[in-house]
Design a protein around this ligand. Structure first.
Ligand code: ZN
Length: 580
């Protein structure tokens, strides 16, 4: 913006409204919109082992930090009539966290589903459905989210159709587990019209009891028989889903996310959510190439994006097109490994793109200005991706570091890490994903390989550009549990590769300063410093010094993004102490 424009906006600014006695133009008014007086304010600005730069008071004006002081009362002269003051020495403040690989759109779709990820036994599971049924009109569908597994339940089994009937007699119920397994109650079965005579579609299973009657369970392609009955959400309902899901991120202290799988047609949904102020967190979008379908012709795919006005880097600090996403292998069950699967000696997983094919498609995107992130889980997938990246950089020697990114890089061996660092390829890692998948990983990949996933200590020591996320809803969305996991390497199957652990401060940096640097936003956020955007979260315990296990389930009591409260369950800002 030129100086003429800034002079204009200054002249148009009304006189200060915050205090009658203040005659300054609004732009020059010294009074803050908000002053936070806390026990500790961690800036996260030191790159070292601990936070050398911490404060006790912070002032915010026009979405930005205008004062930081070690003196608890040091920002008091910025308090005017309209200033919200939160004065509580029991609070510890940190920059909001980034979740650099997550799925807001998926979470939005499931925002109204019954959440089962925390259910510990069938009693809890069925109780959650009973509760939902009590507030749902009869005849209306009830659906569960899919990010849970029966092995998390004490009984280690799915509920039965009859058990679902007992808690929701008047509603059709669809229990989703993962992407391939559905269970409906009797009302759902009746609506689907599925009987003992119904044939399963090709590639699908309708489970039957001893008498040949359907049990309510459907697998693989047969799930379409029930899924088609649920009404598709309207555009407005989808925006509301994003509102709920993004508020869920803010409730864990997250202020910025990068959605790793946005279909080209969903960019409009994100824009609408931004325009309606429905995005509680800053969002970067990765447009996914060829998701759940055949690979597109890359030049045509890019033309369609351009025709929609979806361009590299387009957007603002609230919603921005980060780049494109490719998927070269799968997850637990079909990631491409160098050595055979532990439970299938004849199987090493598979690549979804050949190296040359990926280099050509991703290379074309890079030539058009796009950044590219490639999902690569197994060690074979990681070196195939690096082969493609090297070919792209060989063709375009000036390719900027950070243009090509490894998503996950679950198994990264020393020579692969060295290549990634030499190429300037950042890596996004997601400990909550490893935590949640670890029981299945041990079975499919064996314990040794599972313990080698996410070699954080090595990545950092070798100079990689690392940032952290959750892969929610595949992993749990819980910023502090992520820090806990990276520090302890704890999992449901015990400690995994303790030598790969990093310090708590390093882990918190992967979600703050390092993540903002990865996003190219290190000049405006990621640390708390003068002039930075006011993106911060306040906790009742100090996440950098509290007993480590307290981090699990530690939630902020206040999350502010862009100077506005996005999570304020106790009304700390709404009821901020007025000055005397
Ligand atoms: Zn993902």
């Amino acid at each position: 913006m030129g100086s003429d424009a800034s002079r204009q906006s200054r002249a148009a600014m009304p006189a200060c409204q915050r205090e009658a006695s203040c005659g300054a133009m609004d732009d020059d008014c010294r009074h803050a919109d908000m002053v936070i007086k806390a026990g500790t304010i961690h800036s996260m600005a030191s790159a070292g082992e601990a936070d050398a730069r911490s404060y006790r008071a912070m002032a915010v004006r026009d979405r930005r930090i205008v004062a930081l002081t070690a003196d608890h009362d040091g920002a008091d002269d910025l308090i005017g009539d309209g200033t919200v003051v939160v004065d509580d020495r029991g609070l510890t403040v940190l920059p909001t966290f980034d979740d650099t690989h997550t799925h807001l759109i998926f979470a939005g779709r499931a925002a109204n589903d019954v959440q089962m990820a925390d259910a510990k036994d069938l009693g809890e599971f069925l109780g959650l459905i009973r509760r939902r049924a009590s507030s749902t009109p009869g005849g209306q569908w009830i659906r569960t989210a899919s990010n849970w597994h029966e092995l998390q339940l004490a009984e280690r089994r799915m509920p039965t159709r009859q058990e679902l009937d007992s808690v929701a007699p008047d509603n059709p119920v669809l229990v989703k587990r993962g992407g391939h397994n559905d269970l409906v109650n009797s009302a759902g079965l009746r609506l689907a019209g599925v009987t003992a005579q119904t044939q399963a579609p090709e590639g699908g299973v309708i489970e039957r009891d001893a008498a040949g009657e359907p049990t309510g369970r459907f697998e693989d392609s047969a799930i379409a028989l029930v899924e088609q009955l649920l009404p598709a959400p309207s555009f407005e309902e989808q925006v509301e889903g994003l509102r709920l899901a993004s508020a869920g991120y803010a409730a864990t202290g997250i202020g910025a996310i990068r959605d790793a799988a946005v279909n080209p047609g969903e960019v409009a949904l994100l824009r609408a959510a931004r325009d309606q102020d429905a995005l509680a967190v800053r969002t970067q979008a990765m447009v996914i190439v060829g998701f759940a379908g055949p690979k597109p012709v890359m030049s045509e795919f890019l033309d369609v994006l351009e025709a929609d006005g979806t361009r590299p880097g387009e957007g603002d600090e609230w919603l921005r097109m980060w780049g494109l996403k490719f998927v070269i292998d799968g997850g637990v069950e079909n990631a491409a490994l160098d050595q055979p699967y532990a439970n299938r000696p004849d199987y090493r997983g598979e690549l979804q793109w050949e190296v040359g094919e990926l280099a050509e498609a991703a290379g074309l995107a890079v030539r058009k200005g796009w950044k590219v992130g490639v999902h690569a889980w197994g060690d074979h997938a990681v070196h195939a991706t690096l082969d493609a990246f090297e070919a792209i950089v060989h063709d375009r020697p000036g390719t900027a570091p950070g243009t090509l990114v490894l998503e996950h890089a679950g198994l990264a061996r020393p020579e692969q890490r060295a290549r990634a660092v030499a190429l300037g390829v950042p890596v996004t890692i997601q400990y909550p994903l490893l935590y949640g998948l670890s029981p299945a990983l041990v079975e499919y990949w064996g314990r040794e390989r599972t313990a080698d996933i996410f070699p954080l200590r090595e990545w950092l020591d070798e100079g990689a550009v690392l940032s952290a996320g959750s892969d929610y809803p595949n992993g749990k969305c819980d910023a502090m549990a992520s820090v806990w996991g990276m520090t302890t390497r704890q999992s449901p199957v015990g400690v995994l590769g303790p030598g790969h652990a990093i310090t708590r401060y390093e882990a918190a940096r992967l979600h703050t300063a390092d993540a903002a640097r990865f996003a190219g936003d290190e000049q405006i956020r990621g640390t708390l410093a003068l002039g930075m955007l006011a993106d911060f979260a306040a906790y009742r315990a100090d996440p950098l010094t509290c007993p480590i296990d307290e981090l699990r389930g530690l939630r902020p009591v206040l999350t502010v993004v862009g100077g506005r409260p996005r999570h304020d369950p106790h009304g700390l800002v709404a009821g901020g102490t007025p000055p005397t």
